[in-house]
Design a protein. Sequence first.
Length: 148
Amino acid sequence: MNTPGTGLEKFLGFLVAIVILAIYLGIVQMVLFFAGLNIFVDPERASSTEVLRQIAAVYITLFAVFPLLLFAQYRARRYKMARTRWRGIRFGMESAAWGYVWRAIGHYLLTIITLGIMLPRQTFYLEKFMADPVLVRGRASGTRWQMD
């Protein structure tokens, strides 16, 4: 399979993601520690309240990482589009990653509230939001088209 980008680009992207994730999770863990929540509790000696606090700390950490996952999903597609060339036609995407993050969080919450009934709407609107900023540029004319 031919994936866009060189090995060095991918490695540097990985290192940047690891550094950002480590700093972000470090800050979240410091806030949780300050609030008295700890992820690491011995379940055999812990009381039921400590176990519930541990579960809460794990879920807070997961929810804190969720916007970064959505951001990375949008940026990955933007990266692929920027590296794609087909018979002289170049593709690209406008930068709207944070807009995608907030829309995706809203759609996920709506889908959870409606117990999955709104899942087709969520899928359609999030894919539409990713497809709308796609830029197509021709080689000969240098024109710019936007998908409608």
